[in-house]
Design a protein. Sequence first.
Length: 207
Amino acid sequence: MKIITISVGALGTNCYLAWNETTKQGFVVDPGDHFERILHEIKKNQVTVEAVLLTHGHFDHIMAVPELLAYSGAKLYVGDGEQPVLENPGVNLVNFRAPRLSPDVWVKDGDVLKIAGTEIKCLNTPGHTPGCICYLMDDVMFSGDTLFYGSCGRCDFPGGSISEMYASLKRLALLSGDMRVLPGHDAETKLSVERRFNPYVREALCR
């Protein structure tokens, strides 16, 4: 799978466009804003978008979803614990602009999605929000706002929990092998690097 990063929105959210280079079937992770930028990359690479995957429902990860769905006809996948975040502007951190989304698929922990000819495993990783999902594909992890390079997502927003975040980080750190980690913000990293140097991951492994 080919994967490119598109930085969108005022908070520099990492939106990811992934596709099979043979079939041109693909998906988008966290289209947070700037639909025109996302559409430009979709058209330039001639991708047929089959699915939109959300790691969580905060405004900076969802603002371009309605336009992208209208353009592509793709299905929307969201963690089944994220319904309160999507339905409550006070929880998704913006009052009047946040789109009201109706997912086609409420993803459960352990689900394996078959999209664009590949399998994507879903791991529920609460802490930043109750329904945060990390998506695992081959040796790639879309970690959203759970695991960052050298850090982790904030837990002081509505629905956040530091104890759940540590449990989620431990779960990720204990995955076998190494993975390329594509986070919701900032630079990509490797799971082996985070196990060794990330202070939050190290703390989680001691619990």
